[in-house]
Design a protein around this ligand. Structure first.
Ligand SMILES: CC(C)(COP(=O)(O)OP(=O)(O)OC[C@H]1O[C@@H](n2cnc3c(N)ncnc32)[C@H](O)[C@@H]1OP(=O)(O)O)[C@@H](O)C(=O)NCCC(=O)NCCS
Length: 284
């Protein structure tokens, strides 16, 4: 039988250190969370809050984030946990709830699916060691985006990322323009954003996170694809990460995005993990 403890309950205190890897977002954003336990072992954590947190819905939308702390529970317990998270989300009037799992965590995925969750994203995490030379042709111009140009960059990104099958990124880009100023400034300070041009012609977009060693987005305008530009943009991005002293480059790509996967594999990227993001939309 599962017990649910609010993070401020006295009985939750001894569990806080055991779940601290899963409550960083909650602590950073000062959000409430609940710990689900079985015989005083934490099974999972549910954090609730309002957008902007995941940016999958307009600002102010209530949401919940589920984290599975223990992965090796029996199917019955996982099912009970999944259905109780739905109950909590409804009580908290969350419009949606997400849980991210590795593709091999099949029992957990099945339990959440049975509770009404559906797969929103199915992605490969890929990585490449940056211990080689990256040279790119200088036919493209890489213009770093100024803070006041971010709204234009977001519009270009929505256009250039079309066809990526990445519904999560589509939803983020649809909502990110409404971020409060301080959060947009924070996003701008963490990532490097580029417009990619050829003369007057807009070819594509790129953004990467030098601290995380992450190529966050690359996109080529649909009318300019298949001419080698995507490869040049990737080579530029990898060179930038190398210059920022990253040992490896990481990225996330939808498992069915064949053009992008072929490009990344041809550059030497290998799949490290497959992750599924499941969502439960309450319709409130
Ligand atoms: C992925 C993307 C950036 C590739 O850009 P591009 O300019 O068309 O790619 P290039 O012409 O440089 O091709 C580079 C390699 O990509 C692969 N590729 C490109 N288009 C492909 C297609 N339609 N089918 C299969 N592989 C393809 C090939 O391996 C190609 O190398 P090759 O020409 O030697 O065979 C582009 O398709 C795009 O913007 N897609 C939508 C946004 C997106 O999916 N971004 C990645 C999100 S993770």
């Amino acid at each position: 039988m599962l017990r649910v403890l609010f993070h401020k309950d006295v009985e939750a205190a001894p569990l806080l250190s055991k779940v601290s890897d899963y409550t960083k977002t909650a602590e950073m954003l000062k959000l409430p969370f609940w710990i689900f336990t079985e015989h005083s072992d934490p099974i999972g954590v549910v954090i609730t809050g309002k957008e902007p947190v995941r940016l999958l819905a307009p600002m102010g939308t209530r949401l919940a984030i589920v984290n599975l702390v223990q992965k090796n529970w029996s199917g019955d317990l996982l099912k009970e946990f999944a259905s109780q998270t739905v109950k909590l989300a409804l009580e908290q009037e969350a419009a949606y709830m997400t849980v991210e799992l590795l593709a091999e965590e099949e029992a957990a995925i099945d339990s959440f699916a049975e509770a009404g969750f559906t797969v929103l994203a199915d992605s490969f995490m890929m990585s490449l060691r940056l211990d080689q030379e990256f040279t790119f042709l200088h036919t493209l111009e890489f213009n770093q985006v100024r803070k006041e140009e971010m709204a234009n960059w977001i519009q270009s990104a929505r256009k250039c990322l079309s066809g990526s099958k990445d519904v999560v990124m589509e939803r983020i880009l649809a909502n990110i323009g409404d971020l409060p100023r301080n959060l947009m400034d924070m996003y701008y300070s963490l990532e490097k954003f580029y417009f990619v041009n050829r003369g007057e012609q807009e070819i594509g977009v790129l953004n990467y996170n030098p601290q995380a060693g992450m190529i966050s987005n690359i996109g080529v305008d649909v009318t300019e694809r298949g001419q080698g530009y995507g490869r040049q943009i990737m080579l530029f991005g990898l060179k930038q990460l190398q210059t920022a002293n990253c040992e490896q480059a990481k990225l996330r790509v939808h498992v069915e995005n064949q053009p992008a996967i072929r490009l990344y594999e041809s550059l030497g990227f290998k799949v490290s993990k497959r992750r599924k993001l499941l969502i439960y939309e309450t319709g409130t």
